[in-house]
Design a protein around this ligand. Structure first.
Ligand code: UD2
Ligand code: MN
Length: 348
């Protein structure tokens, strides 16, 4: 006992040292291991993916656990494809004398007050079609009959506006189109405007009724002219301009009364802004013009050449910013919005 006691004391103290050493090693090992995990989470790209996955899982969990009323909202629609799968290319047009407005209505049940949106996808553009009109009811019926399904096949969000000139003063196509632009923008912030004669029916649905980076002329050819472009600067019939492009040129001139010149004036405005007119390929930009004679009240504008010589001086003051008119009625009919306006008469 006398001999063991100093040895036993040393052994007993040694046990504490070993225990202390082991605990410290364990702590050091834990610290090193966890430090390395943090570091790898910061640098490894695969961890980023893991985090994204974690997020979507969290999203899923949130969607499963949110209030029931959120479950009732329809899922957000994806954007419609660049090329619609519904296109048919060149189609055979019909102009049946027996066609009635109610037939066109029942063929276009998806249209409400002239407006349509594709049911399965989000349209790539919202487009307002503007048709200047007076006493061409039969042409309007044929156009609605073909244009509604045509635009639906293109998967567009669109609305058709018919701008009716009241009274029997000389017709003014350009001013009616300015009014269409101003009035349609009161309904919705349309991105694109199609200025459309009532008697021109598109033959091929690859002719896209959307706006491009430049103003677009959609009528390369029509039946009456052997499907040839009439002249290089021709900009009449059907044209597409974005909201901004049309504003930039101050719209059409308001002072072309009667037939001719207003389309060339718009081309000059576009060129003054250094914009360039584009056209779809000739085999696609084809139209049938329903036969007609010159209307009474739309006689040739003998002043048109003189006016065209002044465009560069007057365009800033004559256009959208000086378009005065009185709206007599806005009727929201099933197939189009019918806006009747008093636009005055030419100043003598
Ligand atoms: C050409 C142009 C047209 C326009 C016009 C000269 C083509 C294909 N079209 O058409 O865009 O530049 O010359 O002004 O080149 N309208 C009525 N009721 C009337 C008179 C005219 O609704 O009493 C409307 C209707 O939308 C018609 C458009 O104005 O389509 C142009 O008139 P048009 O068809 O008599 O003239 P057009 O065929 O020579
Ligand atoms: Mn015509």
């Amino acid at each position: 006992m006398g001999l063991c006691s100093p040895v036993c004391k040393i052994l007993r103290r040694g046990k504490y040292f070993v225990l202390l050493f082991l605990s410290l090693s364990l702590l050091a090992w834990i610290a090193t291991f966890s430090g390395e995990t943090v570091k790898s989470a910061q640098v490894s790209p695969s961890t980023t993916q893991t985090l994204v996955k974690g997020d979507s899982l969290r999203d899923k969990l949130t969607s499963w656990t949110t209030a029931p009323d959120r479950l009732n909202t329809p899922p957000a629609k994806g954007e419609c494809p660049e090329k619609s799968p519904l296109l048919q290319g060149a189609v055979k047009l019909s102009f049946e004398s027996s066609l009635k407005l109610k037939d066109v209505q029942s063929d276009n049940k998806g249209v409400t007050e002239g407006e349509y949106e594709p049911p399965d996808c989000r349209a790539r553009q919202s487009v307002a079609i503007l048709i200047p009109h007076r006493s061409r009811e039969r042409h309007l019926l044929y156009l609605l009959h073909h244009l509604h399904p045509f635009l639906q096949r293109q998967q567009l969000h669109y609305a058709i506006y018919v701008i009716q000139q009241a009274g029997d003063a000389t017709f003014n196509r350009a001013k009616l189109l300015n009014i269409g632009y101003l009035e349609a923008l009161k309904d919705y912030s349309w991105e694109c405007f199609i200025f459309h004669d009532v008697d021109l029916v598109p033959e091929n649905d690859h002719n896209s009724y959307v706006c491009d980076k430049q103003p677009k002329h959609l009528v390369v050819g029509r039946n009456a002219t052997g499907y040839k472009l009439r002249y290089k600067g021709y900009f009449g019939g059907v044209t597409a301009m974005s909201k901004e492009q049309f504003l930039q040129v101050n719209g059409f001139s308001n002072i072309y009364w009667g037939w001719g010149g207003e389309d060339d004036d718009l081309r000059i405005r576009v060129e003054l802004q250094k914009m360039k007119i584009v056209r779809p390929p000739a085999d696609v930009a084809r139209y049938t013009m329903v036969f007609h004679k010159r209307d009474s009240g739309n006689e040739i504008n003998k002043d048109r050449m003189r006016l065209l010589g002044r465009t560069s001086q007057v365009w800033r003051k004559d256009g959208l910013n000086s378009c005065s008119y009185k709206t007599l009625s806005v009727e929201r009919l099933p197939l189009y919005v019918n806006i009747t306006v008093d636009i005055g008469k030419p100043q003598s």
